[in-house]
Design a binder for this molecule. Sequence first.
Ligand code: HEC
Length: 100
Amino acid sequence: MKKKIVIIIYILLINPVFSDEKMDLGLDIFNNKAECSSCHKLKSANSNGEIGPNLDQLRPTFEQVLAAVTRGIGVMPAFDGILNSKEIEAVSYFVSESTK
Ligand code: HEC
């Protein structure tokens, strides 16, 4: 019984449908809504921006992307108010997961 519950929780946590949706949303925001792609190079998004750091080399953590996107950093604008919190989370998830 206990084992079953653990397995169910495990399946929910790693559910590929959930994480795929988040990755898809993150990719869409990266290339379209927020145009991170215009400033950043990121292989998994096929982007070649050269204004900001190369994200494949930087390999930022989720928290690092979240902070940069929410508050802005240097000449990079803050996206708080442009993207909602779900979108900020998705794009941060996408960048950190795809460069891990
Ligand atoms: C107008 C160009 C521009 C856009 C658009 C932009 N960035 Fe940046 N980004 C930069 C620059 C420049 C830096 C370096 C800032 C510094 O260190 O002074 C940076 C830094 C970063 C960093 C590193 C933060 C750190 O801790 O060093 C991350 C991660 C990042 N950007 C992700 C994103 C994401 C995700 C988006 C889209 C939501 C985005 N950027 C949109 C220009 C941009």
